[in-house]
Ligand binder design. Structure first.
Ligand code: HEM
Ligand code: HEM
Length: 237
């Protein structure tokens, strides 16, 4: 990619491309699918088919993000932002107005938040596949577990949903803290891909869109196959 494309000039300084398009689309799709899973639960059993679809989308998006953390562009990679406790401790002053500097990728603390969200969502969506609502609906893999075990997994599905609500509240709270207290808007870069105040050497060199599409297609195909080959199940009341 041309240098000019990677670092755009403009009012208030250059904006450097740090978040690739697949990561950005993935983030907002994930937020929409998670919100959809909660809203459809609140609507009730009639919305269950959409609940299952939202949850399955979460599964694919999280699996995509985990793979993207290995093969994606620089700042999407886990090696770019997963740090040990010492680095997290040392980074704490950068979360105060006096010590704050914009950085290209996630902060060490933000990196753990990302892993926590992805982990909770992966477990939650997987549990949903085996869950049942005690009335009429079952997850598409219910046939592998049935009865008692499915009931237990359903209870965990309910508990982890609460943990996700807390994690998302913290996540959005952190974005607000950055905006209000540290004076940095993190949301806009997650829409445009570009951040101000970042050295051009930190710019990503490619967005790897074709690779992202291939991974996404393979994951959708894999999930479709897993669901299609699952045993038939009748709710065991
Ligand atoms: C259910 C809703 C949401 C989920 C599950 C979620 C999840 C995530 C994940 C996994 C990341 C890491 C991005 C990556 O490296 O791929 C992230 C980053 C981010 N999210 Fe969300 N998100 C949600 C909603 C929101 C909302 C509503 C906002 C707006 C306030 C937001 C703002 C951000 C920002 C600013 C970052 C980048 C943080 C940074 O620069 O280090 N998210 N989110
Ligand atoms: C991250 C994704 C998901 C979220 C946030 C989520 C959220 C929820 C919530 C809040 C409930 C109500 C729990 C309760 O009342 O105790 C629920 C129930 C349920 N969900 Fe999900 N869900 C997700 C994914 C899935 C998936 C992928 C499936 C299956 C395809 C699924 C199937 C079910 C079933 C069968 C129930 C009824 C279980 C019960 O009432 O205890 N969910 N879900």
């Amino acid at each position: 990619m041309a240098e000019a494309e990677r670092s755009e000039g403009g009012e208030g300084g250059a904006r450097t491309l740090v978040w690739d398009l697949p990561l950005r689309v993935g983030h907002w799709a994930l937020a929409t699918a998670v919100a959809g899973a909660f809203v459809t639960d609140w609507i009730g059993p009639t919305a269950f088919p959409v609940h299952a679809l939202c949850g399955e989308a979460v599964l694919v998006l999280v699996a995509f993000r985990l793979l993207w953390g290995v093969v994606g562009p620089a700042h999407a990679r886990f090696t770019d932002f997963v740090r040990g406790p010492r680095a997290v401790w040392a980074s704490l002053p950068s979360l105060t107005p006096a010590g704050h500097r914009p950085r290209a990728g996630h902060t060490p603390l933000g990196g753990w938040m990302v892993l926590a969200l992805l982990g909770l969502l992966a477990v939650q969506a997987t549990l949903g596949l085996f869950a049942n609502d005690d009335i009429s609906h079952t997850g598409p893999l219910y046939g592998y577990v049935e009865g008692h075990l499915s009931n237990q997994l359903s209870r965990w599905h309910g508990r982890i949903a609460n943990a996700i609500l807390v994690a998302v509240a913290l996540h959005v709270g952190a974005a607000l803290y950055y905006r209000r207290v540290l004076g940095e808007d993190l949301v806009r870069p997650l829409l445009t891909g570009r951040k101000r105040g970042i050295d051009a050497t930190e710019a990503i060199d490619s967005q790897r869109i074709v690779l992202a599409l291939a991974i996404a297609a393979a994951l959708v195909a894999l999930l479709a196959w897993v669901l299609a080959t699952a045993p038939e199940a009748a709710l065991d009341l």
